[in-house]
Design a protein around this ligand. Structure first.
Ligand SMILES: *[C@@H]1O[C@H](CO)[C@@H](O)[C@H](O)[C@H]1NC(C)=O
Ligand SMILES: *[C@@H]1O[C@H](CO)[C@@H](O)[C@H](O)[C@H]1NC(C)=O
Length: 220
């Protein structure tokens, strides 16, 4: 029998948490392949980002149309908990699950942590203070019970900040992927080009195209 592979599309707002494939009919080999992908920790210098990662991201043209649809209220507007419409420092606070929200920035020119400089400090501190206020008002969760962080690599290249309750063990909050918003703010206050230059480590699955780029460049 020939196995077919189906991409399972979850509702838009869940796409970034679940990326799923359905293989049917599945042999034991398939199950192994999809369940037990080896994971490698890659260490990316600022130069590696410019030489390998950025060209890879650009070549893939990952779509962030669904993010734009949320920002333009064309989709899922009922999940918007708060909005600051300022084009430079504003954002939309979007509910994914009960105690899991993301702040999606209105600016469209910031792909990830790597693009941040001290120029973005007003944006980041605004997200922190207004996000905390909105969540306290809406859910009664005080700032001291909130975890705010960015992912690197992110699942999509449009800057967003994760907000979860400390009591909720959210996917992707482990140290090799999450960067606390408060640390990011402090690092940028100390050095505007901190994230342009520093080495960042992150996990990649064996079947990730970016991992192949690092392998080919002899970096793994
Ligand atoms: C990045 O690319 C340049 C030009 O190809 C090369 O000279 C340099 O060694 C590369 N840097 C790293 C860290 O691989
Ligand atoms: C950091 O990067 C900037 C340019 O992006 C460069 O001018 C500076 O020398 C770098 N600093 C270090 C410590 O590598």
């Amino acid at each position: 029998k020939i196995a077919k592979i189906y991409l399972v599309l979850f509702p838009m707002h869940l796409n970034h948490i679940f990326n799923s494939f359905l293989v049917c009919p599945a042999t034991e080999k398939h199950v192994k392949k999809y369940l037990h992908q080896e994971v490698f920790l890659v260490e990316e210098s600022g130069e590696d980002y410019r030489n390998l990662t950025l060209p890879y991201i650009s070549s893939q043209s990952f779509s962030v149309q669904w993010v734009h649809n949320i920002l333009e209220k064309k989709a899922e507007a009922d999940r918007i908990v708060f909005e600051d419409p300022d084009p430079d420092t504003g954002f939309v606070l979007f509910q994914l699950q009960d105690l899991y929200l993301i702040a999606i920035v209105h600016r469209r020119d910031v792909k990830s942590l790597r693009d941040l400089t001290s120029e973005h400090l007003p944006l980041l501190t605004n997200i922190r203070s207004k996000g905390e206020d909105a969540i306290q008002r809406q859910y009664g969760i005080p700032p001291r019970k909130l975890c705010m962080y960015l992912h690197y690599q992110p699942s999509y290249y449009h800057l967003h900040v994760h907000f979860t309750s400390l009591e909720f063990d959210a996917p992707g909050c482990r140290v090799e992927r999450a960067h606390l918003l408060s640390d990011v703010i402090q690092n940028l206050q100390a050095d505007s080009s901190y994230y342009r230059n520093c080495s960042l480590a992150f996990p990649l699955r064996a079947d990730d195209g970016l991992l192949l780029r690092f392998k080919e460049a002899g970096k793994l």
